[in-house]
Design a protein around this ligand. Structure first.
Ligand code: 4AD
Ligand code: MG
Length: 464
């Protein structure tokens, strides 16, 4: 059969039947009574399955030589396990050794419980560890749940371009895209490769956000979202920043800030519920090994309503906090991660939404509030991480958008296409961006986002 261990165990009809297990040896234990026990893992679920190999098997001598990491294919009978520790086990009739491990002593994943820092050094082998395997399954569950949620809510998934000439966030953190024609490599005056040559003659970058393109589609198709990689040339070495990360960006027409705040709460609840239902063993592992609150806090979030706090009130909370912050607090500052974490962890002890930030610290496209000083922005802050989502109602009034672009030095001509959306049937619209890795980090409790994306891209880490 071509079934995975998870599929075999899902269904009691396989008990006392012949099964085939294909996977890798996690560990081996030889018993004096003429058996070897193999723990075989195939990644489909957290636990390996126990395989009992009797010494009458014709290649028992080879079986005794198996080590962690060897690839095997086993034919045998699935039975209810007579021993403690597992519900089922396989009595092997045949063990084919598909791939040996060369030099078992030097196999980097031979020991269980390697440090997370060591695992980062062997990013190509770390999916074989308990930790990174569990992260991969939960990340998959989260991603699938997000697509499922938006599909149920009637949103269309829109592919936003990765190459663009606009700086959607206006923060100047873009990677340049150049064309290199290897037949005719452009050279500088001193005969070096001229990497500054533009993308077919047009200045272009890797996108920092698909939002502006999503707005164009929302202003025609009402409810859309993007889900894909985005890039930030942020030379910061923190546990919450990557140069390449995945972003989910819903955009809704005929919607304001409170509509998209509700959408965020509903989506997070859908995702958390799915993870708790579908990744029980993985979550129990994270609870035991990584952070003992991970399950409890998701359950708590499911039962509560999103806490929303005005930026101005958040500043007051921080000013009155019995604590000295590294970055002093006053109205007008951008919240730093210590402020965000104080709010989410110590003050509210829950994810919170901060709304209505000062306009000067936010992007040009955010809608000006009636007070003339703040914009209809929202950030979702989570305990242990800080900001996981950032969004806004967009400025749909052309005159105000133009004024704002002028004051931050964005050329009108360059953004003509974006201004067209305000000229032809403009409509209140809003959306947000969720950093997928930050959400995976919150859900699993794995605190460095380099450990929740398979091959992290950050300064000086583009190997693999
Ligand atoms: O707050 P940001 O910069 O917002 C936007 O890009 C908007 N255009 C989104 C929108 O309204 N459609 O980024 C959104 C989220 C952040 O809240 C954070 O979770 C994540 O993206 N993020 C990063 N994640 C990992 N590494 C980085 N360098 C990140 N920068 C932002
Ligand atoms: Mg932000």
């Amino acid at each position: 059969s071509g079934l995975s261990i998870k599929e075999i165990l899902k269904n009691s009809e396989h008990v006392n039947q012949e099964v085939i297990i294909k996977g890798w040896v996690r560990s081996k234990r030889d018993s004096k009574a003429g058996f070897s026990f193999l723990a075989v893992y195939d990644g489909s679920c957290f636990d390996p399955i126990q395989v009992v190999t009797p010494n009458e098997l014709q290649n028992y001598d080879d079986i005794l030589k198996l080590t962690t990491g060897c690839a095997v294919e086993i034919k045998g009978k699935l039975i209810t396990s007579p021993a403690k520790g597992q519900e089922y086990e396989v009595q092997a009739n045949e063990v084919s050794i598909v791939g040996w491990v060369e030099n078992p002593e030097s196999y980097p994943l031979a020991k269980t419980r390697q440090s997370i820092e060591f695992l980062r050094e062997v990013a190509h082998l770390r999916p074989r560890s308990n930790l990174i395997g569990a992260v991969a399954r939960v990340r998959n569950c989260i991603s699938q749940s997000i697509h499922q949620f938006f599909n149920q809510e009637g949103f269309l998934w829109v592919a936003s371009p990765l190459i663009t000439s606009s700086d959607a966030e206006g923060a100047g953190e873009m990677f340049k895209v150049s064309t290199l024609d290897f037949q005719n490599i452009p050279k500088t005056a001193d005969n070096k490769v001229d990497y500054d040559k533009d993308f077919f003659g047009q200045e272009s970058y890797l996108t920092v956000s698909g939002q502006l393109n999503a707005e164009a589609y929302a202003c025609a198709l009402s409810k859309v979202y993007t889900f894909g990689p985005t890039f930030r040339a942020e030379n910061s070495n923190t546990s919450r920043h990557l140069a390449e990360f995945w972003m989910v960006e819903p955009e809704m027409a005929f919607a304001d800030l409170s509509d998209v705040t509700l959408l965020a709460e509903k989506m997070l609840k859908h995702v958390f519920q799915n993870v708790l239902n579908e990744c029980k063993d993985d979550m129990l592992f994270f609870e035991k090994r990584v952070n003992n609150e991970v399950i409890q806090r998701l359950e708590k979030f499911l039962k509560s309503e999103f806490i929303t706090v005005d930026y101005t009130d958040a500043i007051e909370i921080l000013e009155n906090a019995n604590k000295t912050f590294e970055f002093p607090v006053s109205w007008g500052i951008d919240l730093s991660s210590e402020h965000e974490r104080y709010l989410a962890e110590e003050h509210f002890d829950s994810p919170v939404v901060v709304v209505n930030y000062p306009k000067d610290i936010k992007a040009f496209y955010m809608r000006l509030n009636d007070d003339g000083k703040t914009v209809a922005a929202m950030d979702v802050l989570a305990p242990g991480i800080g900001e996981i989502m950032g969004g806004a109602q967009r400025e749909e009034r052309l005159e105000l958008l133009d004024k704002r672009m002028e004051s931050v030095g964005i050329e009108k001509e360059h953004m003509d296409w974006y201004r067209d959306l305000r000229k032809y049937g403009t409509v209140p619209h809003a959306g947000w961006g969720l950093g997928l890795e930050r959400l995976v980090s919150y859900v699993t409790g794995v605190s460095n986002i380099r450990d929740v994306i398979p091959f992290p891209r950050a300064p000086r880490s583009a190997k693999f």
